[in-house]
Write a protein that binds this ligand. Structure first.
Ligand SMILES: NC(=O)c1ccc[n+]([C@@H]2O[C@H](COP(=O)([O-])OP(=O)(O)OC[C@H]3O[C@@H](n4cnc5c(N)ncnc54)[C@H](OP(=O)(O)O)[C@@H]3O)[C@@H](O)[C@H]2O)c1
Length: 274
C-alpha cells in the first residue's frame, strides 16, 4: 500500500515538465500523469516509434505536449534539448530524470560500467545542473532523480547499477541541501520494484522476485510522486520498508550480508532493477 500525501504547493496546471525515459515503464507513466494533471510535458527517450505513440496520448491530455528523441547519455545533446525547451516555453518547472539502464552483461568490461554511469548518473546530473539556474532565478522548480534501493543496499548482482544509483542519490541529496530555502526542490525517488520492461526483464533473467513488501506498479509510484512533488522531504519512498536496509546493515553487518546473499541465491551475476 502506497500512501500519498497531497503536495501542499506544487501547481501542475500550466507547468512545463520534461520527463526522460518517457517511452516506457515509469517515465511513460509519469509523463502521462503529469499531462493529465495539466502540465505541458516534453517526453524524452531514444525510440522514436514508441515516442510517437506517447506523444499522441500526451496531446490528448495536454495540448502543448510533445516528445523528443535524445540519447541522454550524450550530455551535450541532452543539455541542448533542455535549453531549447526553456527557450520555447520560457521555463522548465519540473524535470523528472527517469531514463535508466539496468545491470549490463559482461561486467568485466570497464566500458560497460562507464555506459551505466553515463546514463544513470552523468545524464541526470547534467540535466539537473542545466535547469537549476533558471529555476533558482524564478524561485520555483522541482527536479526528481529516479534512484533505486540498489543504490542504498546493493546486492551481489549489481556492481555497476548499484553504484550509479548510489552516486545519483548522494548528488541529489547534496544539491537539495544546497538549494534549500530558495523555492527550488530536489527529490530522490525510490520506486521499490516495478514490473516494467526493466524490472520484469531482470526477474526473467534470474533476479529473484523481490518480496511483496517492495513490489509496486507504475500507477502507484506515479500517484505518490505527484502527491509529494515540491514538498519538504527529499526522499520519496514507494516502498518504505526498504529504508530499513541501511539501518540493518549498520547495526548487524554480518547478519545483513548473509541475508542479502541468501535472498540473492544463484543470482549473484544477474541483472538487477529495484
Ligand atoms: N522497474 C523497477 O523495478 C525500478 C526500480 C528502481 C528504480 N528504477 C529506475 O526507474 C527508472 C525507469 O525504469 P523503468 O523500470 O521504467 O525501465 P524501462 O521500462 O526499461 O524504461 C527505461 C526508460 O529509459 C529510457 N532510456 C534508457 N537509456 C536512455 C538513454 N540513453 N537516453 C534516453 N532514454 C533512455 C528508455 O527509453 P529508450 O530505450 O526509448 O531510450 C526507457 O524509456 C530507471 O532509472 C530505473 O533505474 C526502476
Amino acid at each position: 500500500m502506497v500512501r500519498g500525501r497531497r503536495s501542499p504547493g506544487f501547481e501542475l496546471a500550466g507547468a512545463v515538465a520534461v520527463v526522460t525515459g518517457a517511452s516506457s515503464g515509469l517515465g511513460r507513466r509519469f509523463a502521462d500523469d503529469l499531462a493529465t494533471a495539466g502540465a505541458v510535458v516534453v517526453g524524452v527517450a531514444r525510440r522514436r516509434e514508441l515516442l510517437e505513440e506517447v506523444e499522441a496520448h500526451l496531446r490528448d491530455r495536454s495540448a502543448g505536449s510533445s516528445t523528443r528523441v535524445c540519447d541522454v547519455s550524450d550530455t551535450d545533446a541532452y543539455c541542448a534539448l533542455l535549453a531549447e525547451v526553456e527557450r520555447a516555453f520560457g521555463r522548465i518547472d519540473v524535470l523528472v530524470n527517469a531514463a535508466g539502464i539496468g545491470e549490463p552483461r559482461h561486467e568485466e568490461d570497464l566500458s560497460k560500467y562507464r555506459r551505466v554511469m553515463d546514463t544513470n548518473y552523468f545524464a541526470p546530473v547534467a540535466g539537473t545542473l542545466a535547469v537549476l539556474p533558471g529555476m533558482l532565478a524564478r524561485k520555483r522548480g522541482v527536479v526528481v532523480n529516479v534512484s533505486s534501493d540498489s543504490g542504498r543496499a546493493p546486492g551481489p548482482g549489481e556492481p555497476a547499477y548499484g553504484p550509479s544509483k548510489a552516486a545519483l542519490s548522494a548528488f541529489t541529496e547534496s544539491m537539495a541541501m544546497r538549494v534549500a530555502g530558495t523555492g527550488v526542490r530536489l527529490h530522490v525517488l525510490y520506486p521499490g520494484w516495478v514490473p516494467t520492461p526493466m524490472g520484469a526483464g531482470a526477474v526473467e533473467e534470474g533476479m529473484p522476485m523481490p518480496p511483496r513488501a517492495v513490489r509496486r506498479d507504475e500507477s502507484q509510484v506515479s500517484k505518490l510522486l505527484l502527491s509529494r512533488l515540491g514538498d519538504d522531504k527529499v526522499d520519496i519512498d514507494a516502498a518504505a520498508v526498504a529504508r530499513l536496509a541501511p539501518v540493518a546493515r549498520a547495526l548487524f553487518p554480518r547478519l545483513y550480508r548473509r541475508g542479502v546473499q541468501a535472498a540473492s541465491g544463484s543470482a549473484a551475476a544477474t541483472p538487477a532493477a529495484r
